[in-house]
Design a protein around this ligand. Structure first.
Ligand SMILES: [Zn+2]
Length: 284
């Protein structure tokens, strides 16, 4: 979709699966199964790994990189990752973009389903996937990734980010605000320490890449918070604050993990906020 001066695309890499109970925290299955999906025989729900591509002027920016391809068979089985389609490079082909074309990679955070595609094996060597890009992450998040909580340490894999700083390609940000005119970063702390959300504004309208603040449209519902979150009460506060503004200002919210809906606005119902009509960023 064209959004002001920006050309935006949803880069669907592959579907994978996470435990539905873990994805919806304290919400009983009778509710989340109706709101999203009933789960497979292992109770896993289908999730997308959906980076966002932003093109304007000379920049070709990627937000997040999906699961990548570095994992072994056991890992692929646990998370039900569709190996043949998990490569971000392959997903970019439909937009006629090669790994050399990417100028910037904004990593919302370093959990493997977001940063897995940031590095890759090329000719047997582990390297940054996008050799001409600057990669961005919050400095305090990188610290957290290196010394994570026991709760989220299974989500961090050193091979996803170590080559980036070893090659001097990782820019660690100590503040938020505009990265480029119209593209701003906003930190939240409930899911993990210093996850950065990306807001794109064309002067009239805004679009928010929600990362794991609202991984699917069903998570617009305020108490639908992931069991994975380090600080669920903080997530609830952050959702209340951000979604109230998103509702008032009619933002489009992009859902990184929603297997069914790429994006939507927020509507207010008698039960609280919910996802409105779906917005298609890229036709598949
Ligand atoms: Zn995460």
């Amino acid at each position: 979709m064209t959004f002001g001066k920006f050309e935006l695309d949803a880069v669907d890499t592959c579907l994978f699966g996470l435990d539905g109970g873990a994805m919806f925290g304290v919400v009983p299955k009778t509710l989340w199964s109706k709101a999203y999906h009933q789960g497979d025989e292992f109770n896993r729900i289908p999730l997308s790994a959906r980076p966002l591509l932003i093109r304007f002027d000379e920049r070709t920016i990627l937000i997040d990189t999906g699961n990548g391809t570095k994992f072994n068979d056991k890992f692929a089985q646990i998370y039900n990752i569709d190996r043949d389609n998990s490569s971000i490079e392959k997903a970019l082909e439909r937009f006629d973009i090669t790994y050399n074309d990417i100028t910037d990679v904004i990593l919302t955070h370093l959990h493997f389903d977001h940063a897995g595609g940031a590095t890759t094996f090329r000719n047997g060597k582990l390297v940054p996937t996008f050799p001409n890009a600057r990669y961005y992450v919050q400095k305090s998040h990188l610290k957290w990734a290196i010394h994570p909580s026991d709760k989220d340490k299974a989500s961090f894999i050193r091979d996803d980010y170590e080559p980036l700083y070893a090659e001097g390609m990782l820019e660690t940000l100590e503040d938020t605000g505009e990265l480029y005119p119209g593209i701003s970063l906003h930190t939240v702390f409930g899911h993990t320490n210093s996850m950065q959300l990306v807001k794109i504004s064309d002067g009239r309208q805004s679009l928010l890449y929600c990362a794991d603040l609202s991984p699917t449209h069903a998570h617009i519902n305020i108490p639908f918070v992931m069991g994975y979150d380090n600080n669920p009460l903080l997530t609830i506060e952050e959702k209340k604050r951000i979604f109230a503004q998103a509702y008032e200002e009619k933002w489009i919210l992009v859902f990184e993990h929603d297997a069914f809906i790429q994006a939507s606005k927020i509507v207010a119902t008698e039960k609280g906020f919910a996802a409105g009509e779906s917005v298609e960023i890229t036709k598949y």
